[in-house]
Design a protein. Sequence first.
Length: 357
Amino acid sequence: MKTLIIHASAGAGHRMAAQAIYDGLDHQATLVDALDYTSPSFKVLYTKTYTYLITYCRWFWGIIFWLLDVPWLQGPIRAFRRVYNTINANKLQKFLEKEQFDVIISTHFMPTEVSCALKRKGTIKSKIITVITDYDVHRIWIAKGNDMFAVGSDWTKRKIENIGIDSFRVFATGIPTNEKFSRNYDISNLKERFELKEDVFTVLVATGSFGIGPIEAIIKALKGFQVIVVCGHNKKLYAKLIAHKTDLVKVFGLVDNMHELMAVSDIMVTKPGGLSISEALVSQLPMVFFNAIPGQESNNVKVLKKHGVGVSGLDINGIVSVLQRYQSSRDTYLTALKKTRALAKPSAVKDIISLIN
């Protein structure tokens, strides 16, 4: 079975989901970034524009996100995007037509749309499986010609069915994560390696791949907690925090062992990206959300709230208050942990791979 796993490198989540599936297939597939099959200028513009908007013009990104999901605008939006993709993704189209994959698994809406357009034209016959990497469903993910959707939860499945997708084509697999996140670890050994105190309530602060948010203020407010902060690509933030770190504050930049940092933590303060949430769920790590991007992240928060998972809508003092409550009340913490475990889907990769045949 000739299989393509394709993503687009606009944010880390789409890539990480694709990588998890690729690893689950023991690399017996082709893994590509769709943006590598566009012009260099388009790739830079695509990623830089998104990063700029979510950093400096979040309100504008929220408006764009909302407009692209308006039902009665879908006709002209799809017509525009067909032309847009034809101009900018011509190389990707030729690649798909040349390779004639039996199965295409897409973790980003752009390659899904390009693949489905070719399938409608009859130039490819691939089985197309789209893996939606957020817990809500945006219409930008929906393309005629898509065979199956893998979604994050049973609620997500019902939502996409209400949009008009047949139930037999939608599978509540969960969002795929690396199997390392669901392993059991020797916590004492890990804490010793990271020089963490054994019996101190530990808070993991995850800023997302771009390192965006009021992180310095949050760290300063978390006195009395043991804190692990991951700065991602934000080198300036890393330099500021490392200069003022203490025995109770451990600072990391971009890491490849997030699964271990989650394993040694009691709770995570995080931006509500789909992959970050899924990793925390399978790591059995309760969450407090901050600095949600309007659109996909704020919608993730709303969906998780329906399941009683995560706490959101707080200022810095509110975050500290919630953490103190979890620290001081074992019953409160265990209730949050139970709800987190209930939503976790550690078999997501295996369940998505099972859709191939």
